[in-house]
Structures are given as structure tokens and as C-alpha cells.
Design a protein around this ligand. Sequence first.
Ligand SMILES: [Zn+2]
Length: 269
Amino acid sequence: MKTMNNKDYEIEELAPGLFAIDDDKGNSTYLIEGSEKALVIDTGMMGGKIIPVISSLTGKPIELALTHAHGDHMYHAGEFKTVYLHEADIAAWRPALCLVTHAGELMFGVSMKRYNTKSFIPITGSFEFDLGGNTIKTILAKGHTPGSCVFVDEKHEAVFMGDAVGSGLSVWLWFPGCSNIHEYKESVESLLKKLEPYKKYKFFGGHRKQTREGEANYPLDFGLVNDMYTLCRKILNHDIAPKKQKFSFFTIDVYSFNAATIWTRDKQI
Ligand SMILES: [Zn+2]
């Protein structure tokens, strides 16, 4: 593994043709290079531009796939000609996801941007990205947002999870656009089945620093997805009590079981 340092980003070559690019706000971008084109997964949320960083790593034509429509994953979407986002997140952009995105811009202290989600190409069904010599599969993983997606790279034996089950700390289901626990349980059950063939793969989250050794609460892997399903069942069966936690003006209900943690609010159950 090679690590390169840019002023605002830490870049790690995970395997030939696969890079992780972490911004200094804890957000992760991934770059997968095929023989014909390169796919960027999420953009992070730094000031400045991310395209020069990507272009320093690949000369192939670049397309962007978003795991979901939150600002810390799509802040630089406007720099890309071709952007893919699940149709359910395009539909939920106004008001819910737009509101959360602008709140995130305030929280991270970056300037507000306009996002032309109508120009994005909708991901539907079991959409695949053919990069040439490598095809990336899509799995819908609704919950954190209505159109959250997981991307599977069989060539590199890697799964890119976005925020679908969190990055090892917790999944956030407490703000506008998130599923309630019942809906999330059904989604995680379906995700578990679809991820079964890839259970030995490496899992990469939307906030990789949360998963790293020394900083990690729990590793992000298939076991965490399994624990998440059990946790949802326990919550719905009233087998488990939440800890109350303050976050800004809000009181959050925090539920934990093994590696899985959910942040939710009373009304989301
Ligand atoms: Zn998110």
C-alpha cells in the first residue's frame, strides 16, 4: 500500500487501480480505474476542488457515482460531467436531503453550493458500471437515505458501503429522509442476502477514518451488517433500551448491539 499526501487529502493506493482519498474532515472518496474509464465514489466535502486530485491519479475519463445525496458525499458533484445517483434520492432531494445537505455545509464550515440533482443520471434496478475489464454492481441499501446504494467491485474484492450501516461508529437514522426502524430492518435483511456472496470482501465506508485501527470502535465488515439486523429486531421487540444523548439541539436515542449502533429519535421507531 502506498500513501501519498496532498495538502487537503490523504491518498492511499489500496490495490493497483483502486485508491482511497480521505479529506481532512473525515470523509472518504474512492477511485476505481478500469481499462476504459474510472469511477469515483463520493466526493467528500473540502473547500477547493477535488478534480485535480483525481486527475493526478488517473488519465481515464471520469464518472461519479454517489452512495447517497448528503453534502459530505456530494459536495464536489458539480465538478463532474456525469453523476449517478439512485432515483429515490433524486426524488427525495427536496425538501429532505437538500435540507440535511445545507445543514452539513454549516456544520463543516464550508460555503453553500447549489446541487443540480435534476441533471444526475438516475440509478435504477441492479445498475452496473462497465469500466472496461471491471464491472461495478449496485445494491440498494435504503435507510440512511431512501436511495442509499452499496457498490461492489468483484475485481478488487471490495464493497463500498457509503453510510448504509455507518463506518464502524454508528448509522444515523435520526434526520429528515431516514427510514424508521421497521423499514430499515427490512432493508438490512435484503442487504444481508445480497451481500452474502461478498461476505469475505473488504468493506469500505463513507468515513474511513472511523474504521481505522487505533481509531476504530468496530471494523466495518459483513459481521457488522449482521449485527445491524439483530439490533433492528431487538429494538422492534423492545428487547433493548436506548441511551439518551445530546447532539446540538437534539436528543438522540442511541441503541447498540455488538458492532452495530443506531442513532435514532423516538418518532423513527
Ligand atoms: Zn450520509
